[in-house]
Ligand binder design. Sequence first.
Ligand code: TXA
Ligand code: MG
Length: 312
Amino acid sequence: MTEVLPSTEEGIARAAGLLRDGALVAMPTETVYGLAGLARDDRAVAGIYEAKGRPSFNPLIVHVAEAAQLEDLVEVPAVARPVIDAFWPGPLTIVLPLKPGAPVSPLVTAGLRTLAVRMPAHPVARALLRGVGAGVAAPSANPSGRISPTTAAHVMAGLDGRIAAVLDGGDCAVGVESTILGFPEGRAVILREGGVTAEALAQVLGYTPRHRAEGDAIDAPGQLASHYAPQGRVRLGVTRPEPHEVYLGFGDMACDLNLSASGDLAEAAANLFRHFHAMDARGAERIAVAPVPEEGLGAAINDRLRRAAAPR
Ligand code: TXA
Ligand code: MG
């Protein structure tokens, strides 16, 4: 039985206790809900992979309450400091060399010599992480390959009975996952587009970070072409939907569901997975999506849309 815990002091304390005991708890973050387990506990981490049905080669992000915890986990080069200072807590994950003896199960890194770390901004996540007092490994709380959850109800729809509890922190404000940034050869490289835009990173870095390319000295093992997919088949860039298609709009237009009627990309990101879940709930078999501009958060939205539309 999966408990649904309110995000009260008692609910958070109960969730922290479950995590300290090695159980799995879904936690709200500002991006999406995460399926949390104690990062140093092999059995808890193995349980995360099992509950998600995730291929074991796909490594996990460790979540921390305070930036100071970073030093226990990874080697932090000077080039990474400005973005950490600027965007933590927030939707930015950084990938850095794993420190020898770091309190992290080898299952978390899945054999890589680097570790992904993130400090979420959601107040409930932060209170929970402080209560646990140790790093927490957490992938998005969805069965592998499916849509990321942005409400506690989404988590229950995918994982009810497979985890100890879900801590209900309401709707996720950002709605797409964190941006993942690595620093191979001392320069920032985007491994996954997400809640922090390339434009915002460029302002702090003084240059526009490039995207990972083939042959780069950094892995991006989890970036499967087909991912984040609703059940129905997805067609992109559609301005004239076919009659049998459910139309997902953007901007002021006639459609079945709208990412943002006012054309606001932040609102569109927050609605993206929610609308995917709604498409599944209504049994949509064919989904047409209106064009979304590529600037700002549009880069992360279009990345998720392309994966949803990729051949499965
Ligand atoms: O917003 C988020 O990042 C959410 C919330 C829960 O924090 N988490 C999330 O986790 O999206 P997940 O597991 O669904 O995606 C993490 C991605 C995976 O594609 C994984 O391959 C990649 O991060 N990753 C983890 N460790 C890595 C590493 N050391 N090097 C490169 N990529 C890594
Ligand atoms: Mg995921």
